[in-house]
Every structure is written in C-alpha cells, then in structure tokens.
Design a protein around this ligand. Structure first.
Ligand SMILES: C[S@@+](CC[C@H](N)C(=O)[O-])C[C@H]1O[C@@H](n2cnc3c(N)ncnc32)[C@H](O)[C@@H]1O
Length: 407
C-alpha cells in the first residue's frame, strides 16, 4: 500500500500535468492563428518584391512533447511550409525566401529539435521553395549578432519568446530588435505566478530577473508582482515604444470543465497591423469560449457599454474607429473584463463593429459622413449606413471612419 502523502503528491502532479497540457494547447492555438495571419499579411505586401519572412523562436524547446504534440518551432515550420507550397489563390506565396530560426540553451532539447527539423526539411518540398532553417544551442542573447543580421536581411518577420518563467531580458530583446523591428510582429508569453513567487521569496538574483523580464526598477517589483493588472501593464508598456499596438491577454485554464486559474499566464502581442492584432483577439475569444463552454455565449449580446466608456475616457464625443480600437485594446486585459457587466466583450474588430451598429440603431451614435465613408456605404450594405466588418482591411480604413456620439 502507498503512504497517503505519496498519493496526495501524485494527485497534485497529475493536476499540474493537466494544467500544463491545457496551457500549452491554448498557447499553441493562439500562436498558430497569429503566425498564420502575420505570414498572410506580410505575403500580401511582398507581392512582386522578392522579399523574405523570418520566424525566430528564442526559447524554442525540443520541438515535440511526450504526447506527440508538436512544439512551437515545428508548428511554425508547418505553417511556413504550407504557405510557401501554395501556388494559387489570394494566399499564394510571394516570398523569395523564408527563414526559421530556433534557439534553445538546453543541449538535449536543442539536439532533439535540430534532428526533428533536419528530418522535416529533408522531406519537405519547401526546401526547393526557399525555406531555410537555422538552429542554435545557447542562451539566445549570445546569438545577438546572427539574429540582427538575419533580421536586417528580412523585411518581414515574427519573433516568439516563450520562457518558462522570468528568463526573458526585455531590454536585451529590444536592443537586438530595435533597428529591425519594423514589419515584425512580436509575441511574448509571461508567467505572473512565477514572478510573484520569486518576488515573495526575495532572492537578489530573482529580483534582478524580474526587473529585467518586465523592464521595471527594483523598488516596483513587490507591488507589480502582486498585481496581475500592473504585471500586464508593465509588459505592455515595455513594448509600446516599438509597436503601434501592444495587447495583453490573460489566459484562463480549466481542467475537466472546472476553472483552475483565471489568469494562468499572459500573452502579449506587439504589432503594427490591425489585422494581426485582430486575429490575436479573435483567437483569444475562440479559446475562451472553448474553455468556458456555452456559458460564455452570453457575453456575445452586450450593448456596447465599453465603446461609450471609450468616449468618456478620451473626454470627447468624436472618435475614429482606429481611436476606439486603440482605446479598447489598451484597456482590455482579460475575459474577466468581458463579463464584468452586460455590454462588455472581447474587443475583436467584428465585435466592435457589431456594437457600433447596435449603438447606431439605438440612436446613441452616428457615423460621420466623410467622403471615404460615403464611398464605402455606396458599395452596398444590408442595412444602409451600417459598417461592415469586411470593409476594415487596414489601419487607414479604421482611421477614416469617424464615430460621433449623439447627446
Ligand atoms: C516553455 S519552453 C519552450 C516551449 C516551446 N516554445 C513550445 O511552445 O513548444 C522554454 C525553453 O526555453 C529554454 N530556455 C530557457 N532560457 C533560455 C535562454 N536564455 N535562451 C534560450 N533558451 C532558453 C529552456 O531550455 C526551454 O526548453
């Protein structure tokens, strides 16, 4: 017979394994959606220009898991391979070259990943279509020169940083990217639980790591590590100088239908593209709905209070659609915001537009008749004067549409 204490430990271990498994599934699901959109958007602009797309995985892992699930560098390989093999249709490949860079400091993980990717590339028709793969086995910071060189040769790109805890030095990452950050999307995973545990323990080395992983001074560590909101705000702030949009979302984890943790980890996306930003929130919405089951459907019928709040926060009665998106994306953090009352929702562009049309129908707002908008209306809407999701294809579209609050 097993001692009780041992049995208890086993149960906890199993729970921990399930949590990690769900966490990885959610992370990979959002990661894949955003990377696909990033590749698609870059490819549209690369038409006829012979440009390159570079994917960089700074904390790449071993490439697969015990349950055979694939890790981020292999998932990225699949997405890029599928893209470059596409010869027809709107998504057909325009990149002259695509690079996949995967770095892990753990030798066993890096060796395993390297052999996986070598086999994958050998079998792939993508090799003839300009896919190149680079792997590294060291702290990613030691590849600073190689990363800069690859990024300087590649107009488009995606950088993924997925450390276990507080290993990412944001200042160093920004220094590596700074000159080449334009046209590159950045996705970071952060673990607020480790930060708060490390902060409570108070070891000097850990405090230094937390400071570097959030770009904050030591005197703020205690306060920020205790507050999930401040933690996410610090992360977003760290990337806001690089990109137009930095969106942070808290990821819930449920095991067996039970919510284990509302904000088990954070994902932060930094991008200049509203389409990539929107794909991030749409993927997030998908995972939240899946995690929380049918109950979350209730939040799809709000009345647009969050949009009225945006006017109040900006102290104005006239905002462009872009201003509204920027405000909601800045202020959104978690699905918990989305259910704080009737009318609050995850601010995907589609949800924002549905809400705006609803507010217009109730006489709360009007769309301002700018020339650009009249042009869009003329193209025909089911409900005259309503905005259509398909009309918002770029930041310029969102800047042209103005929304006036009705008194
Ligand atoms: C969470 S795992 C990565 C999982 C992977 N991104 C995935 O989704 O399949 C984090 C990895 O980062 C590696 N690592 C930790 N610090 C690192 C550093 N400074 N540079 C490179 N790799 C590091 C660890 O060895 C570990 O394999």
């Amino acid at each position: 017979m097993e001692p009780i204490s041992r049995m208890k430990r086993d149960t906890r271990a199993e729970d921990h394994f399930l949590k990690r498994k769900r966490h990885t599934e959610i992370k990979h699901s959002v990661f894949q959606d955003v990377l696909k959109t990033s590749v698609y958007i870059a490819n549209m602009s690369a038409r006829g220009k012979g440009e390159t797309f570079t994917y960089i995985d700074l904390f790449a892992g071993r490439g697969d898991f015990e349950d055979q699930a694939e890790g981020s560098p292999v998932l990225a390989f699949n997405i890029i391979e599928q893209h470059v093999l596409q010869e027809e249709g709107p998504g057909r490949n325009h990149f002259q070259k695509t690079c996949i860079v995967a770095i892990d400091k753990d030798t066993e993980a890096a060796d395993h990943l390297r052999s996986l990717l070598v086999r994958r590339l050998e079998k792939s028709a993508g090799r003839e279509r300009g896919i190149e793969v680079y792997t590294g086995n060291s702290n990613w910071e030691l590849y600073d020169f190689e990363i800069r060189t690859l990024l300087s040769r590649s107009k488009w790109g995606f950088i993924f940083a997925d450390p276990f805890s507080t290993e990412l030095d944001i200042g160093k990452l920004k220094a590596t990217l700074r000159a080449h950050a334009a046209f590159k999307d950045i996705l970071i995973l952060a673990n607020p639980q480790t930060a708060s545990r490390q902060s409570a323990r108070g070891h000097a080395n850990d405090i230094v790591r937390i400071c570097k992983s959030l770009e904050i001074p030591p005197e703020l560590v205690g306060r920020i590590a205790k507050s999930r909101e401040l933690f996410a705000a610090a992360l977003k702030e760290a990337f806001s100088s690089l990109k137009e949009f930095t969106i942070g979302v808290a990821m819930p984890v449920t095991v067996g239908g039970r919510l284990i943790k509302a904000d088990y980890f954070y994902l932060v996306l930094a991008t200049d593209s509203i389409v990539v930003a929107d794909s991030f929130l749409t993927a997030y919405e998908g995972t939240v709905i899946k995690e929380r089951g049918s109950k979350s459907q209730g939040m799809l019928f709000g009345r647009g209070q969050e949009i009225l709040d945006a006017f109040e926060r900006n102290n104005t009665s006239n905002l462009s659609l872009w201003d509204i998106m920027e405000d909601l994306w800045d202020n959104f953090l978690s699905w918990k915001n989305a259910i704080k009352g009737p009318g609050y929702e995850i601010p995907t562009i589609k949800n924002i537009i549905d809400k705006l049309n609803g507010l217009r129908a109730r006489g709360k707002i009007v769309f301002k008749e700018s020339e650009a908008f009249q042009y869009k209306v003329k193209r025909g809407n089911a409900e005259p004067g309503n905005l259509k999701y398909s009309e918002i294809r770029s930041g310029r579209d969102a800047k042209r549409i103005r929304v006036q609050l009705e008194k």
